[in-house]
Design a protein around this ligand. Structure first.
Ligand code: PLP
Length: 419
């Protein structure tokens, strides 16, 4: 029922907000918190906080090892989260869901296992100019080790990818892997992943998708997109820090060597050598983030009950409103495409005021935004700026919070004009 937005009740942002204890507090005495830093990390609903509390109070134990009741309960909850996450992204099999600490770890895992095993000097990995550093640096490290080349798809002035340049790279270079962000954490651009995957496959390359800013905000279906790897972070989607997922197609994961060695990832160890456990455990060495992954399962329950289409529609309305209102403020430059082509991110600079000063003055008004390069320095270089301010929205934000942001920006302008 909830998957059909026409049958669902109207989106009730106030009842959503009531689930988030942090939103009930004052940011400063007498000033309410307006939390617009969701692209950095999201707040947590009471359902997730209670799940962590319940685990530690009632059934804290290591997983997969103990024969005792507590360990069995912890294992069932932990593996239950895997099943929820499989459904959440429509993977074909729960063995394709590797638990990782987040997007950064997911990308590094692919670089260090698939990349090390399959790439040779002269091979090309295609990334883009709009990537987060966590989808640039792992490939640069691999390039130093393996002699591969990393090429970058340029970003056009409107904040979208130059897809002609992408097609040319695939045609002209020995591309083995395309690694691309689904939704830019700075521009909000939603990249055409299904089409990019089709083109990559046609050229004989695999595709890895950084879904850190898409999985929390919109429906993501790995089979409909036909991607080979996809990774995201739990903390950006109502879950705890230290939780996340790397999805990979089963045949690829089966063929890949393990990454970290240790407990749980082995089948048999002798002093002469070892054999590996089955998927997904081959890639999950050591005691995992048990409470965190259970908590992420509860976050997925929460998102699924709301419906990802409705979450996306709510954020779209907020973003369109924010972009319209920001465009009214004199001296503001906005970055990225218009609301129809982007997720819930509004990034801007203000003439004559450094982004850090903007963020500091907004903070005094209770508005939390991010300022800096947002771990995307090449993208800021592309637009000739060193820093920007970013307001990013989530399922609990209200239109009135956009108004507070705009009023605070006018106030900041006035203060700076006086100084
Ligand atoms: N990719 C994108 C697009 C992001 O926005 C982020 C986090 O800001 C990351 C990757 C890295 O995520 P994490 O630090 O959770 O590993």
């Amino acid at each position: 029922m909830m998957n059909d937005p026409t049958l669902a009740p109207p989106y009730d942002v106030e009842s959503v907000r009531a689930d988030f204890p942090i939103l009930q507090q004052e940011h400063h005495p007498g000033v309410s918190l307006v939390y617009l830093d969701n692209a950095a990390t999201s707040q947590k609903p009471v359902q997730v906080i209670d799940a962590l509390d319940d685990y530690y109070r009632r059934y804290n134990a290591n997983v997969h090892r103990g024969i005792h009741r507590l360990s069995e309960e912890a294992t069932a909850a932990y593996e239950g989260a895997r099943i929820k996450l499989r459904r959440f992204i429509n993977a074909g099999n729960k063995r394709e869901i590797i638990f990782a600490r987040g997007t950064t770890e997911g990308i590094n895992l692919v670089a260090q296992t698939w990349g090390r095993a399959n790439l040779k000097p002269g091979d090309v990995v295609v990334s883009t100019q709009m990537e987060h550093h966590s989808n640039i640096v792992p490939w640069q490290l691999l390039a130093m080790e393996k002699g591969i080349t990393v090429r970058y798809v340029p970003v056009l002035p409107d904040g979208t990818l130059d897809l002609e340049a992408y097609a040319n790279l695939l045609r002209d270079e020995p591309v083995k892997l395309v690694t691309v962000v689904h939704v830019s954490n700075v521009l909000g651009t939603v990249n055409p992943i299904a089409e990019m995957a089709r083109q990559a496959h046609e050229a004989g390359a695999l595709i890895l998708v950084d879904a850190a800013q898409s999985a929390p905000h919109m429906p993501v279906d790995v089979r409909a997109l036909d991607v080979d790897f996809l990774t995201f972070s739990g903390h950006k989607m109502l879950g705890p820090t230290g939780s996340g997922v790397l999805y990979g197609k089963r045949d690829l994961l089966e063929a890949m060597p393990p990454w970290m060695g240790g407990g749980d990832m082995i089948s048999r160890v002798s002093l002469e050598g070892s054999t590996w456990n089955d998927l997904p455990y081959k890639f999950e060495a050591g005691t995992p983030s048990i409470a965190e992954m259970i908590g992420l399962g509860y976050a997925v329950d929460y998102l699924t009950a709301l419906g990802m289409e409705r979450v996306q529609a709510h954020e779209h309305t907020l973003t369109a409103y924010a972009l319209d209102r920001l465009a009214e403020v004199p001296g503001i430059t906005l970055y990225g495409p218009d609301a129809s082509k982007k997720g819930g991110v509004a990034t801007f600079t203000m003439q004559g005021i450094h982004a850090h000063d903007v963020a500091q003055m907004l903070d005094a008004e209770g508005v939390a935004v991010r300022a800096g390069h947002h771990c995307a320095q090449p993208l800021h270089d592309r637009f000739g700026i060193s820093a920007s301010a970013r307001a990013s929205f989530y399922l609990y934000n209200r239109p009135a919070e956009v108004d507070t942001l705009i009023e605070a920006l006018y106030k900041a302008k006035k203060t700076f004009a006086r100084s």
